[in-house]
Design a binder for this molecule. Structure first.
Ligand code: NAD
Length: 247
């Protein structure tokens, strides 16, 4: 593993444009469940596709609201971990050497901002924000109660400001992510199962465009056989080791 970290660091030291894609795995060590873990206990009988869709919300808004309220609670109590902080250090190292750096996340927890990342492309929204279902009005405050709260402007039900399965991603974020994948010469894929599209295509687009791809994951994924370097372990262990070698 030390050799792999060393090789990854060498690639980082010679890169001119770096893109990083993160997924739920980077926040696992902050105590935020990945999708697989988020469907334990009370939620064990559901699949994400049964809860994280507009159709699920229309069919049973209370169920979906409650699942997100539970997840929002986990996020509210979470702190960035050593993996988030190492990406802040790597961003700083890149900036100091005039290397382009783009951090793209599928996470909705806001922990990259909390760690101090300067620029984060959020592909799937942010669970800390709420908007209304019909008009998308942003709502800052609502009363928790038995019922799903409603929008003070139009009366429609409130929902989390995240991208559900079957919904379009924010176009600015998507364009920024695809541009970074196409133009970088080094792409990191951290803690993502690379199965949720369109984010899953980003490392493959980077590869097709000639970039090296470093995968960091605690388990193998569909990307693993294609990665230039595969770092097997947790984000909070391996990213600091990578960042430290650049100090
Ligand atoms: P996922 O849950 O499908 O996969 C998590 C991946 O992380 C797996 O490949 C797993 O092997 C790996 N992993 C687990 N712990 C790890 C660790 N400590 N270090 C490194 N890797 C680790 O998540 P995904 O690929 O991000 O995609 C699914 C969707 O889940 C996304 O749309 C995302 O918005 C949503 N999601 C986000 C959060 C969050 O914001 N924290 C949490 C759950 C789900």
């Amino acid at each position: 593993m030390t050799d792999d970290i060393h090789r990854a660091r060498e690639l980082l030291d010679h890169a001119t444009a770096v893109a990083v894609l993160t997924g739920a795995g980077i926040s696992a060590e902050s105590g935020i469940p990945t999708f697989r873990d988020a469907l334990t206990g009370l939620w064990a009988n559901f699949r994400p596709e049964d809860l994280a869709t507009p159709e699920a919300f229309e069919a049973n808004p209370k169920l979906v609201w409650d699942w997100y309220a539970w997840r929002r609670g986990a996020v509210a109590n979470a702190l960035p971990n050593a993996g988030h902080r190492a990406l802040v250090a790597i961003e700083r190292q890149c900036r100091e050497h005039q290397v382009d750096f783009t951090l793209i996340t599928q996470n909705v927890d806001g922990l990259h901002w909390a760690a101090g990342s300067l620029r984060v492309v959020e592909l799937h929204g942010n669970i800390r924000r709420v908007k209304c279902f019909d008009q998308g009005h942003a709502v800052d405050r609502w009363e928790a109660g038995e019922q799903v709260p409603t929008c003070p402007q139009c009366g429609s039900l409130l929902r989390p400001d995240v991208v559900w399965f079957g919904e379009a991603l924010p176009s600015d974020a998507l364009a920024a992510a695809f541009a970074a994948a196409r133009t970088c010469d080094l792409f990191f894929c951290v803690g993502t199962s690379t199965v949720v599209e369109p984010a899953a295509s980003l490392p493959f687009l980077a590869l097709e465009s000639g970039a090296r791809v470093i995968e960091l994951n605690s388990a193998a994924t569909p990307l693993t056989p294609h990665a230039t370097v595969s770092l097997r372990g947790t984000a909070a262990q391996l990213l600091p080791a990578l960042a430290l070698q650049g100090q």
